[in-house]
Design a protein around this ligand. Structure first.
Ligand code: SF4
Length: 101
C-alpha cells in the first residue's frame, strides 16, 4: 500500500511538469488566428472551395508568401480571397506568390 501511495504522490508531483511540457509543445504550433467553429457559413464554404488548409505541406507555398495576404499579428493575417483571417502558415488553391522586390 505504501508503494502505491508513494507512486501516486510521485505522479501528482510530476503533473505540473507534464502540463508545462504540453504547454511548451503547443507554443511551437502555428498561432490560432481564428476559431474555425465561429466562422460564418460564407467563410467556411470559401475555404472549402479553395481547398484551404491551416498547415501548408509546402514550405515554399504558404499564406505569408502569398500576394493576397495582409499580415495582422505574428503568425496571423487576412486573406483578400477568403475575406477573413488566416494562419500565416496556411495555404489554399488560390496561392499566388508575392512579387519579389
Ligand atoms: S489566397 Fe490562399 S494562400 Fe493566399 S493568403 Fe489567401 S488563403 Fe493564403
Amino acid at each position: 500500500v505504501a508503494d502505491t501511495r508513494r507512486s501516486f504522490l510521485a505522479l501528482v508531483g510530476l503533473a505540473p511538469i507534464a502540463l508545462l511540457a504540453a504547454g511548451s509543445g503547443s507554443a511551437a504550433e502555428p498561432a490560432a488566428c481564428y476559431d474555425p467553429a465561429k466562422l460564418p457559413l460564407s467563410q467556411k464554404s470559401r475555404r472549402r472551395a479553395n481547398d484551404y488548409v491551416d498547415h501548408s505541406p509546402d514550405p515554399a507555398k504558404h499564406c505569408s508568401l502569398c500576394n493576397f495576404f495582409t499580415s495582422a499579428e505574428p503568425g496571423c493575417g487576412t486573406c483578400q480571397i477568403l475575406g477573413g483571417p488566416v494562419n500565416a502558415g496556411a495555404v489554399c488553391a488560390s496561392f499566388a506568390a508575392k512579387a519579389k522586390s
